[in-house]
Design a protein. Structure first.
Length: 398
């Protein structure tokens, strides 16, 4: 049997039952289409990360106070002028130190000096230097941030989030309201409506660092952290320089955490998406393989008489095997071509809706039909082998 004859037989077998052939190839269409869509959408989404990489994340550095070899001996390693020291580094736009203040059970945040039921709130008190609010980039509903003047004079002032203000019943700053932390009154000078960095600060009461140290002492439960806002592209350099700038004699007291690079993030996103959806594509291909094998096996049983007639006319087992392998391979190739087209259209359509630039790997598009062909070939091996082993005499009797 020549290649031309095998192709003709395969096409005749496929076109003889077009509805069945279409349903049989559906699994391969879905598998190959998913494969192309996954490769294309993963590459397209990953390529957008560079342009849509979160600028806030890319310009944020955190410096942790590790306390050196004996942290209990040094509860606060940040110097008093930490903001100024980091601010002198080229590429820094703002920097500040903050930590959570530990309060006794008897202490709470209230809007009145007396303990009235329902008057207190569970807001966290945060000691922060002025640079923290500058680096966090808040937007104020009313008022302003505290500054170096308040820090230097240990002023009892506070900045609170809008949610905390609502819980405390503070609606305006014109009456110079105060919040009471324990028995100490803090004048509210600002109400934060929204914040770009560190959204947990919206649920906190922020007081100057020097005031918190004077009243409650250095941090105890959680060590202090410095928040640094940098210009785009300077984060890694600042992370390398910050420990030495803070304490030249003991840079090991600090650990700087710089943001991941867009390239690393893109690779991680691409890897995660690829593994997840390629698994789905693999499942579809397995379903397609089983579907083609099952349909081809049914076709063998239905065409037993035809097989017997061919054997009686001189066809050998290899010819029967080639015939059915050709049909299953043709179905797989057809499913691969249709799936490749659908996958490509899906990538382009999604990219158009998201206003992205579609990225499709030419090698994946070229190899996808071959993947469908291999699926069909694999699915037809057992049915073709069964067809070749049917005795001619028995086949003719059926």
């Amino acid at each position: 049997m020549s290649v031309r004859d095998a192709v003709s037989e395969a096409l005749a077998g496929v076109l003889q039952r077009p509805a069945r052939s279409a349903l049989t190839a559906l699994g391969t269409v879905l598998g190959v289409g998913s494969f192309i869509a996954v490769i294309g959408l993963t590459g397209t989404a990953a390529s957008q990360i560079d342009s849509r990489f979160n600028e806030l994340t890319a310009t944020e550095v955190s410096v942790k106070d590790m306390g050196g070899p004996d942290p209990s001996r040094i509860p606060l390693a940040f110097p008093a002028d930490a903001d100024a020291r980091i601010g002198r580094l080229n590429g820094v736009t703002a920097a500040g130190v903050y930590w959570k203040v530990r309060l006794d059970r008897s202490q709470s945040v209230r809007s009145s000096p007396s303990h009235t039921r329902g008057d207190d709130t569970q807001a966290q008190v945060v000691a922060s230097s002025p640079g923290v609010l500058q680096a966090a980039r808040p937007s104020f509903a009313q008022g302003r941030v505290f500054d170096a003047f308040h820090e230097r004079r240990h002023e009892k002032v506070a900045v609170i989030g809008a949610t905390t203000a609502a819980r405390l019943g503070i609606t305006t700053l014109q009456t110079r309201p105060a919040v009471f932390i324990g028995d100490t009154a803090f004048t509210v000078i600002g109400i934060i409506d929204d914040i770009e960095r560190k959204p947990e600060l919206l649920m906190s009461v922020l007081v100057p660092r020097s005031t918190a140290e004077h009243i409650w002492g250095p941090p105890t439960d959680e060590r202090a952290t410095m928040l640094i806002a940098t210009r785009l592209g300077a984060a890694q350099q600042i992370a390398d320089e910050a420990p030495t700038a803070l304490r030249p004699e003991h840079p090991e007291y600090f650990r700087a955490l710089s943001p991941p690079t867009p390239k690393a993030l893109r690779s991680a996103v691409g890897s995660d998406l690829g593994q997840l959806f390629l698994l789905l594509a693999g499942v579809c291909l397995v379903i397609g393989t089983v579907g083609i094998a099952n349909t081809t096996l049914v076709a063998v049983m239905e065409r037993t008489g035809e097989i017997g007639l061919r054997r009686a006319l001189g066809a050998r087992g290899i010819h029967i095997t080639t015939q059915f392998l050709s049909e299953s391979t043709a179905l797989g190739l057809l499913g691969g071509l249709v799936g490749t087209s659908l996958g490509t259209v899906t990538v382009v359509a999604v990219s158009a809706l998201r206003q992205w630039t579609p990225v499709i790997d030419p090698l994946a598009v070229a190899s996808a039909p071959a993947l469908g062909l291999a699926t069909g070939l694999l699915a037809g091996i057992y049915p073709a082998w069964r067809a070749a082993r049917i005795p001619p005499a028995e086949a003719l009797r059926r």
